[in-house]
Design a protein around this ligand. Structure first.
Ligand code: ATP
Ligand code: MG
Length: 726
């Protein structure tokens, strides 16, 4: 028997109410998700079959967690539940019903890049001027229109203003046709096509009969089409429960409509509106701080939130001189909390506003041996644009690096396709030269169009130029010039999608990282830098995968909770983020994001900001976020939490020593082949040293190393287990 005793009176009412539609609007941590979980279990106990229940969550991770919790409550029958994101659930339904809307069940799903290239091909086919009708802009417009459910015909009739719009209307029309012809759907279609499907009465009936009860978490972030689906599918008994919090609506840029919460009461007549007012997650200080922030927003539904939890600690303010110190201080605080208060790594979350900010934390945490995981994102050095640029640097230091050369051959796009590349590789192999050398002789490679040959030649010219510049510029200057030459910033700016702005920020962050490195190590070369990156990225985190610090954006943190939360980068232009800060509405959305950030914490919040940070390779002096000043000052402890501790910055040497001391897994044969006279090496006992002599070959090779403190040793290379720095 399901025990509803662990629910409060209002939660219980929300769980037990099945007579009609229910809307739960309540603040953070009040148990909305818990209510949904229990309600599903309760329905099953009351003779609803799991396969007749549809539960929509915001992320797949949330769906998985909810499924696990329900499994804990009711056991194996939970497997049959229809639970997932709108996209995943409706993709599944579309596969089953594809035939009725002219698709086959194995239709492709286009990601953003696929859609972009489809649009760009259409512009070319229609022989439109691609400088006027810019592919990325058209793609963005189409996505926007689709989110608003404005289709080509309506667009053409009612929204066209001027000749460019006319072209867009034409491209939009052909784009929609091509998707169908290619048996493909884009992301928007996964939400729109079900509506088309449900115009067919027979199919609609089938799914209405199937989904006898519908539940939706994070309802404040549904968009227009998703809401339409719910309206269609909902049974006449009104078997639907949605839960949400207008104060946590943070996806308006993706077409989410807070208005859906307000419409619900009108559209689902006799809807019961339930409120949850007790917060179980956070301490009194945290709640009071969060409340003092969100009440500054003008548009919100009245809600109260209180807690029986203890007052707890005030929020701490963490001031750092720059972003590196910010990460070091946070690392230090984590270590301290773990030893002093017996927390585990998994009790901590570092939140940031933009993905690019993860880089400094990753660098510092790896060195400090703090295990971490990036939730809902990719590690900085594995992001595509970062790898592409590092690829350039690798080719500049080692033109024989074919893998890197292939990576950058067509980035940014310069019309060098796979066929061209294959032909060049064929030529290289036949003549036993490198791909890089082949580029110079590209005019000899047959079957490549002259235009493309020229592109290859120009590209080679750029590389040659930077190989020479490499000797003259610092790594920071070099990468800056290169980014400029390649027009990458321009490219992402023109695209201006949410995604390309993220990419741009990553490029910016890489430039900052290299400049910062050059400033800290004025003598160092590009090789040194690459070596450093390789080391940082190769360091394996050995700890248990479960017990790790979470690094994530505030967006990905929605719905989650952690005992201790660091909200980092609380500076103007970062959080709140500037380039979307164009109107009142977006300022309110940034504030809601800040509210989401604070309310993730159970025990303690650290608000952190830096006085300066590298931005686009320049030191920028940062003003602290207005949001810090909006928090009720009574809830903040302004004393430096590390005041009495020595915050030593480790020297490069210390860091290197630490890094090398923990590196055991690199094949010694590879390492030994890298050793040359002058190499800086590390030995477990003698520590750092410099190779002064190498005698012999193969297994008998001996090296003379001058270790620190003028400690000269003659070692058998094979047994010395040296680790190389240069
Ligand atoms: P958010 O708005 O952040 O999504 P939420 O309203 O969905 O929050 P939950 O995540 O469901 O809140 O609950 C917050 C925490 O409070 C969870 O740890 C949950 O287990 C706990 N909780 C909820 N209700 C109760 C209750 N009645 N008794 C004890 N703990 C509860
Ligand atoms: Mg929730």
């Amino acid at each position: 028997m399901l025990n509803l005793k662990s629910l409060n009176k209002n939660q219980r009412e929300a769980v037990e109410y099945v007579q009609g539609p229910a809307l739960v609007v309540a603040g953070a941590g009040s148990g909305k998700t818990k209510v949904l979980t229990y309600k599903i279990a309760h329905l099953i106990e009351n003779n609803f079959l799991p396969e007749n229940i549809l539960a929509l969550t915001f992320t797949n991770k949330a769906a998985k967690e909810m499924k696990e919790r329900i499994h804990g409550l009711i056991g194996d029958s939970s497997q049959q539940l229809w639970m997932g994101t709108f996209h995943s659930i409706f993709a599944r339904i579309l596969r089953t019903e594809a035939a009725s809307i002219g698709y086959t069940s194995n239709f492709s799903i286009y990601d953003n890049e696929d859609s972009h290239s489809a649009v760009s091909n259409i512009i070319e086919d229609l022989q439109l001027n691609s400088d006027v009708v810019v592919a990325s802009k058209v793609r963005r417009r189409i996505s926007y229109l689709k989110n608003l459910m404005i289709f080509p015909e309506e667009f053409k009739k009612e929204h066209v203003k001027g000749p460019v719009d006319e072209h867009i209307a034409r491209v939009y029309e052909v784009y929609q046709q091509r998707l169908v012809e290619n048996n493909a759907m884009d992301f928007e279609d996964l939400i729109l096509k079900p509506l088309e499907l449900f115009q067919n009465d027979k199919i609609l009936k089938k799914y209405k009969k199937k989904f006898l009860y519908i539940l939706v978490d994070e309802f404040q972030d549904t968009n227009k089409a998703q809401y339409e689906i719910l309206k269609r599918l909902c049974s006449k008994e009104g078997h639907i429960t949605v839960v949400g919090d207008d104060s946590q609506s943070i996806y308006s840029w993706r077409g989410a409509e807070i208005g859906n919460i307000l419409s619900f009461e009108q559209d689902f007549t006799k809807a019961k509106v339930l409120k949850l007012e007790q917060n179980y997650r956070s301490t009194q200080y945290i709640l009071k701080a969060a409340d003092s922030v969100i009440k500054r927003n003008s548009r919100q539904i009245e809600k109260t939130l209180w807690t029986e939890n203890p007052p707890g600690d005030q929020l701490s303010l963490l001031k750092s001189s720059d972003e590196k110190e910010e990460a070091i201080r946070i690392a230090k605080l984590i270590k301290e909390e773990i030893t002093r208060n017996k927390y585990a790594h998994s009790d901590f979350a570092i939140l940031y506003r933009t993905n690019a900010q993860s880089r400094t934390f990753e660098d510092v945490f790896r060195r400090e041996r703090i295990p971490y995981v990036i939730i809902g994102g990719i590690e900085f050095y594995k992001r595509k644009e970062v790898k592409d640029l590092i690829g350039y640097l690798k080719v500049l230091t080692n033109p024989r690096d074919e893998e890197s050369l292939l990576r950058i051959m067509n980035f940014p796009q310069r019309g060098i396709g796979m066929t061209t590349i294959k032909r060049m590789i064929g030529f290289a192999r036949k003549h036993e030269i490198t791909l890089f050398e082949t580029m110079t002789r590209v005019f000899e490679v047959i079957d490549i169009k002259e235009r493309i040959q020229k592109n290859v030649k120009n590209f080679k010219g750029v590389l040659d130029k930077y190989i020479i510049l490499r000797e003259k510029l610092s790594p920071g200057e070099l990468i800056r010039a290169l980014i400029d030459e390649l027009g990458i910033v321009q490219m992402f700016k023109e695209d201006a999608t949410h995604e390309s702005m993220e990419r741009l920020r990553n490029v910016e962050e890489l430039l900052s990282a290299i400049t910062e490195y050059s400033a800290a190590n004025p003598e160092s070369t590009l090789d040194d830098y690459l070596q450093e990156v390789a080391l940082v990225t190769d360091l394996e985190m050995v700890d248990d995968k479960q017990n790790v610090v979470s690094l994530l954006t505030v967006h990905s943190a929605k719905g989650l909770e952690f005992p201790l939360v660091f909200v980092s980068g609380l500076e103007e232009d970062i959080f709140p983020l500037s380039n979307r800060f164009s109107s009142e509405a977006t300022e309110e959305e940034e504030r809601r994001l800040f509210y989401v950030a604070i309310t993730r914490a159970q025990h303690k919040v650290y608000l952190s900001h830096a006085r300066s940070r590298y931005r686009f390779g320049e030191v920028a002096y940062q003003n602290r976020s207005k949001f810090i000043d909006e928090v009720d000052p009574e809830t903040i402890n302004f004393d430096d939490p590390l005041a009495n501790k020595r915050l030593e910055r480790k020297s490069k040497k210390e860091l290197m020593e630490e890094t090398f001391a923990t590196m055991d897994y690199i094949d010694p044969i590879i390492i030994n082949s890298m050793i040359k006279i002058g190499s800086k090496v590390y030995h477990d006992t003698f520590k750092m040293g410099k190779v002064t002599q190498i005698i012999g070959t193969g297994d008998n090779q001996k090296v003379t190393v001058q270790f620190d403190g003028n400690n000269i040793k003659h070692l058998m290379l094979k047994y010395a287990k040296l680790k190389v720095m240069h």
